[in-house]
Design a protein around this ligand. Structure first.
Ligand code: CP
Length: 304
């Protein structure tokens, strides 16, 4: 594998190798000196054609911890605004001798498209409603850290499955590792043929939470909707929001995850997001080690 374009294109062994490597880097970044010289001769361009807080900063930090040279590009402040195409933009950046491109783009398949036109290694940092592979990897890494393993665990992904790249990448990653996966949300926000991916579908949140070991709560992605897929935010919250009362009334203690950004009080209340059952900030912390692993492993293929 010379790119990480999606979880769909990798194997269980790839995930195992990424996690073993991330275990090492997690130990490294907890040392007083958090940096290793591994990628001193590698240059990485972070190309963000869509907004990001966590992913952008996490990749940049991961690259710097590996001692790579890093350049950052944000479409909003670039010549894309003057009409420059994606391929022209990337080829101009690559002519400055860039080895690897990390790209977030609003169009599904943008990374696959780019991989056919450029020679550098590409890491997909989220392509529209398609895939967000490093998010799924850091999510599974965090489940493994909290519960010991991913295999055999019941994981429910709650909310806007239809517009979520996090959901699709998580489904692929969790299934590869032998987890049992359920999606839960209103009919209008669940893709019609999702069961073909081997996941259960549940519309009743309480039943879903009583079934699971882990609940990954998603944000409703209003920015990807031409029309509203649910009557109102208040009704969504009543049926699919998790609050402390609901959590405390379940048969067992479950782990709560969220990829961020959170809409506090909509899909999750603050007393749940900030509780001991939540591993939301562990996910963010683990993102750096997991991205270091992905970049390190891809860079070792460039250099060999
Ligand atoms: N989880 C995630 O992708 O967050 P950002 O959009 O802030 O990068």
């Amino acid at each position: 594998v010379n790119h990480l374009l999606g979880i769909k294109y990798i194997t269980k062994s790839d995930i195992d190798l990424i996690f073993e490597t991330a275990d090492h880097f997690k130990e490294v970044i907890n040392r007083p000196i958090k940096k290793v010289p591994s990628l001193r001769d590698v240059t990485i361009a972070n190309l963000f054609f869509e907004n990001s807080t966590r992913t952008k900063l996490s990749f940049e930090l991961a690259e710097k911890r590996l001692s790579a040279d890093v350049i950052n590009f944000s479409a909003a402040q670039s010549s894309v605004k003057k009409g420059e195409t994606l391929i022209d933009t990337v080829n101009n950046i690559l002519s400055m001798k860039v080895d690897m491109v990390v790209m977030r783009h609003p169009n599904p398949g943008a990374g696959v498209f780019l991989s056919k036109h450029i020679k550098a290694a590409i890491v997909n940092a989220g392509d529209g409603a398609h895939e967000h592979p490093t998010q799924a990897l850091l999510d599974s890494f965090s489940i493994r850290e909290r519960l010991g393993e991913v295999a055999g665990k019941n994981v429910v992904i709650v909310g806007d499955i239809l517009h979520s790249r996090v959901a699709l990448s998580n489904i692929y990653a969790l299934k590869l590792q032998g987890a049992n996966v359920m999606v839960c949300g209103p009919n209008t926000l669940i893709p019609q043929h999702i069961h073909k991916l081997g996941v259960k579908v549940e519309h009743d949140l309480r039943k879903a939470l009583n079934w699971c070991d882990v609940a990954n709560m998603l944000r409703v992605q209003n920015e990807r909707m031409a029309i509203s897929y649910f009557p109102s935010t208040r009704e969504y919250t009543q049926q699919y929001g998790v609050n402390k009362n609901l959590l405390d009334s379940l048969d067992k203690e479950i782990v709560i995850m969220h990829p961020g950004p959170i809409n506090r009080g909509v899909e999750i209340t603050s007393d749940v997001a900030d509780s001991g059952q939540s591993i939301i900030l562990d996910q963010v912390q683990n993102g750096v080690a997991v991205r270091m692993a992905v970049i390190y492993l891809l860079a070792s293929k460039i250099k060999n």
